[in-house]
Design a protein around this ligand. Structure first.
Ligand SMILES: [Mg+2]
Length: 262
């Protein structure tokens, strides 16, 4: 298979599942990087910091560096900065709050440990992500601010999230849907399938879209996102997709990316 100057990898279901590394994934990423390709790690997960993903990837043996990792929490901070927001109301988890703070934003409804509460000071924007402590009161806080005209930013709209072993839990999209309903407002969605984050990576690396391969396990998020950004895409069958769509480039596992040199 041809080599690309840039590979953008999804994490869950592509490089690992829970705490388990997927077969041939570390070897493939290491080979591509050692041969000079740029690597970026792109996750829709907003509940953790980049440092958390870095430590997990390094523990698993990936040759990862902090600047190669982009999550929807980081993307939300970049979007908020671009619209001039400074004080945001968050429906999310401590990893999202910590990421926004690291990027210089103030979170009006979070305690020092990053736990969010329904009330807080004046805000100029609302960010919604996965929030396993979600309550009606948090929904009310977000709704009232959005109805006042504050920008509504969603980290992602994933309906569910797979745990190790295959059990599904509600994803950020289920919380976003509730707030979208009561505020009667459409959010700006940071995560896949919106191509926002892939486009940021293309600008940052200077690689043209046609030279960047987007690799993932979900057709409706990872691959659609790549397509919308104008990138070629590659599906791996190590995650949620069992049957590849007709015409889609795919392989059973990541070995397919370096196959003909084995
Ligand atoms: Mg995935």
């Amino acid at each position: 298979m041809r080599r690309y100057p840039l590979y953008i990898f999804d994490l869950d279901g592509t490089l690992y599942r829970g705490e388990s590394v997927l077969p041939y994934a570390v070897e493939t990423v290491s080979t591509l990087k050692s041969q000079g390709s740029l690597i970026r790690y792109l996750t829709n997960n907003s509940g953790q910091t980049r440092q958390f993903f870095l430590e997990r990837l390094l523990r698993m043996g990936y040759p990862a560096e902090l600047n190669e990792i982009l999550s929807t929490a980081t993307g939300a901070a970049i979007h908020l900065e671009s619209i001039g927001a400074e004080r945001t109301f968050v429906v999310g988890e401590p990893g999202l709050v910590q990421t926004l703070r690291t990027e210089g934003l103030s979170v009006v409804n979070a305690q020092p440990d990053g736990t969010v509460q329904p009330d807080g000071g004046e805000s100029d924007s609302v960010v919604v992500g996965i929030c396993r402590s979600f309550t009606y009161e948090l929904m009310r806080g977000a709704m009232q601010r959005i109805r006042q005209g504050q920008p509504f930013v969603a980290t992602n709209t994933d309906s569910s999230y797979p745990l190790e072993g295959g059990t599904l839990i509600p994803g950020a999209g289920s919380i976003v849907a509730g707030i979208r309903t009561c505020s009667e407002t459409e959010p700006f969605v940071v995560g896949k399938p919106n191509p926002f984050l892939v486009e940021l990576i293309l600008v940052e690396t200077g690689v043209p879209a046609s030279e960047a391969l987007v690799v993932g396990d979900r057709v409706d998020t990872d691959l659609l996102c790549g397509e919308l950004a104008g990138c070629p895409t590659h599906l791996v069958l190590t995650g949620v997709t069992e049957v590849p769509p007709v015409g889609q480039a795919f392989s059973q596992d990541l070995r397919g990316l370096i196959e003909d040199s084995l």
